[in-house]
Write a protein that binds this ligand. Structure first.
Ligand code: ECB
Length: 135
């Protein structure tokens, strides 16, 4: 079993969030707001169901899923698209493919040096984020 992703995490650093948001078609005023936010991740697991919450003072984004089971994702408050999403484990990485209008879109979470790592990618742009555990 990979190290548990569950817990409450606070962002330490982020690279190329701007490029990722441009790839998603987010307008410049919204990008400016988003770049200033201090994001928290809350990852919970109850039986075989996961919940991932991205929290900020401006807006929150949350969804739940089962690993290996495709689900309908609506990225409400982000780019507001509909995706057919699928989360699987690839070694110690929890990876999600978000099939939809945007090509080559998804993310991966993993633990490294007790930190939560996240890669968000879309149409050739990758944003990398690292979070420290706060609870
Ligand atoms: C929810 C906090 C950010 C709100 C930003 C508001 C507007 C900007 C619109 C789109 C920005 C695109 C991405 C922002 C960066 C991260 C948000 C969630 C990324 C994500 O999908 O994380 C995955 C993996 O943890 C779970 O959804």
């Amino acid at each position: 079993m990979p190290a548990s992703l569950c817990g409450t995490w606070e962002i330490l650093n982020s690279t190329n969030l701007e490029g990722y948001m441009i790839a998603l078609g987010i307008g410049s005023s919204m990008r400016k707001i988003a770049l200033k936010l201090k994001q928290h991740k809350v990852i919970e697991q109850v039986n075989d169901k996961y919940v991932i919450k991205t929290l900020s003072t401006f807006r929150n984004y949350a969804f739940s899923f089962r690993v290996d089971e495709e689900f309908d994702e609506h990225t409400k408050g982000l780019d507001n698209r509909n995706c057919k999403s699928l989360v699987t484990w690839k070694g110690n990485r929890m990876v999600c493919i978000q099939n939809g209008e945007k090509k080559n879109r998804g993310w991966a979470h993993w633990i490294e040096d007790d930190k939560l790592h996240l890669e968000l990618y879309c149409e050739g742009q990758t944003c990398k984020q690292v979070f420290k555990r706060v609870a």
